[in-house]
Design a protein around this ligand. Structure first.
Ligand code: AMP
Length: 152
């Protein structure tokens, strides 16, 4: 499946945080032949990338503008920030959106109550807690429409 933000042949995605989620996403984009650069504080984190990963890696703090510039944020089509800190993800997402005008910015948010910060900045969020709740709800009530379906 082609990611929705992929539009031009020279576009690429910057991922902040090479944990399990960041590494999986980077591997998938790379498998699809898409441009990707992943940033992490430690080089050790890149061991999670698959041996066939063909994207770039960058050791650095993704909240630093010089690190994001080194990653080529001026030309990136998307920034996905999935470090293990909400504050870091908020900051990276705001820099990407406000300073560099990146259209597609997605941030992981452990604390769903902070979603309002992102909504104001038009940043898409994913929250493991909210996604898990939805899945648990579906498994517990397989024959009932989801709350989202009911609202529509
Ligand atoms: P996980 O919690 O397994 O998804 O891993 C999150 C990853 O984000 C770890 O590999 C951290 O080293 C990385 N990380 C945390 N803060 C930063 C940051 N400021 N810049 C880049 N990577 C970070």
């Amino acid at each position: 499946m082609r990611p929705f933000w992929r539009s031009k042949a020279d576009d690429y995605t910057i991922i902040a945080g090479c944990g399990r989620l960041g590494a999986n996403l980077a591997n998938r984009l790379s498998e699809e032949g898409l441009g990707v650069i992943i940033i992490d504080l430690t080089a050790d984190a890149f061991r999670k990338l698959s041996p066939s990963y063909s994207g770039l890696t960058l050791v650095g703090d993704a909240t630093y503008i010089n690190v994001l510039c080194e990653a080529g944020i001026e030309r990136a089509s998307a920034v996905v920030t999935v470090t293990n800190y909400d504050n870091t993800n908020i900051l990276v997402a705001q820099i990407a959106k406000k300073m560099f005008g990146i259209e597609h910015v997605i941030a992981r948010l452990y604390d769903p109550e902070r979603e309002f910060v992102y909504r104001d900045f038009k940043i898409d969020t994913i929250s493991p807690a909210v996604l898990s709740m939805k899945e648990i709800d579906k498994l517990m009530h397989p024959n009932e429409p989801s709350k989202e379906e009911v609202r529509q």
